[in-house]
Design a protein around this ligand. Structure first.
Ligand SMILES: Nc1ncnc2c1ncn2[C@@H]1O[C@H](COP(=O)(O)OP(=O)(O)OP(=O)(O)O)[C@@H](O)[C@H]1O
Length: 279
């Protein structure tokens, strides 16, 4: 059985001012999963990821990362295990060259010079940034900056990569390139947690989806179960991906192809294996 990397038990969090952002959420993520976290604005997605990084502490419940209670951990401790990519890459880029930026994390967590050079070169190669190593990060496109943020996380050799809305503000080409990279990383064993509002990405790439609504976990399962079932996803602020939308329309219209489930599944397979939308 795959190792459990993140385990949350009855985790709650309140912001000052009284907002109950998370209410008794339990969640466990195993090594190698590609988990999407979805939910309407304000449902608690970012709070969940920030708790995992020990950027904030729960008011109730327990969070374990690799079986260790992280209550007394600081974000620097977590960075060795979990790479965190913020929604806005500008928030985490501040050095003058890409190579220096990507080296920052390994330097901070005590890699030797030789280890840092090796880790940075590998991270740049993995993200396709080698030719931009000496570029000034501020002049890069948003997609390239996002890759710098990912390379910075990868250089610390984490086991998990958490990305908060990484495709927001990106064009379709940048989105596809990013998703291809995440799929490759996942194929090499990296656990991915992707916070997203994009249901097509969830249908096309995630192996599991967790839905939050008003701070509670309301769904945890396969994307095909979420979209192919009778859930009223609109109630949770979600829209159906195109394949599921069409299948439901057919059903409502009484057009019952002999094997509707088969149709939905083959559409998902098409998306997952690189259909036109997800080359
Ligand atoms: N720093 C803060 N201070 C007070 N309340 C906050 C703070 N950050 C978030 N909240 C509130 O906590 C709740 C959960 O916010 P959170 O950012 O976790 O949601 P989200 O699902 O990530 O939303 P989005 O999709 O808009 O990023 C919301 O009601 C939000 O207004």
């Amino acid at each position: 059985m795959p190792e459990t990397i993140i385990a949350m038990h009855n985790v709650s969090f309140d912001y000052k001012g009284g907002t109950q952002a998370l209410k008794a959420v339990s969640l466990s993520v195993a090594a190698g999963e590609f988990v999407a976290v979805a939910g309407r604005n304000g449902s608690g997605k970012t709070t969940l990821t920030r708790l995992t990084m020990a950027l904030i502490k729960p008011v109730g419940g327990v969070i374990k990362v690799c079986e260790k209670d992280i209550t007394s951990c600081c974000p620097a401790d977590m960075a060795r295990r979990i790479g965190y990519v913020f929604q806005n890459p500008d928030r985490q880029i501040f050095r003058n060259t890409v190579v220096a930026e990507v080296a920052y994390g390994p330097e901070q967590i005590g890699f030797t010079k030789a280890e840092t050079v090796k880790a940075v070169a590998e991270a740049l190669a993995m993200t396709g940034l080698t030719s931009l190593a000496e570029a000034y990060p501020r002049t890069l496109t948003r997609g390239q900056k996002q890759k710098v943020a990912i390379a910075s996380a990868l250089a610390m050799r984490p086991e998990v990569l958490i990305l908060d809305e990484p495709t927001s503000g990106q064009d379709p080409w940048e989105t596809q390139t990013l998703m291809k990279l995440l799929t490759e990383l996942n194929g090499r064993g990296m656990t991915i947690i992707l916070v997203t509002h994009d249901m097509e990405l969830i249908a096309g790439y995630a192996s599991r989806v967790v839905v939050l609504s008003e701070g509670r976990k309301v769904f945890d399962g396969l994307p095909s179960s979420l979209f192919g079932g009778d859930y009223n996803v609109a109630e949770w602020g979600l829209a159906l991906p195109t394949a599921a939308f069409l299948a439901r329309k057919l059903k409502v219209a009484g057009e019952s192809p002999a094997d509707l489930d088969g149709l939905v599944n083959s559409l998902y397979r098409k998306l997952r294996t690189g259909g036109e939308c997800h080359a």
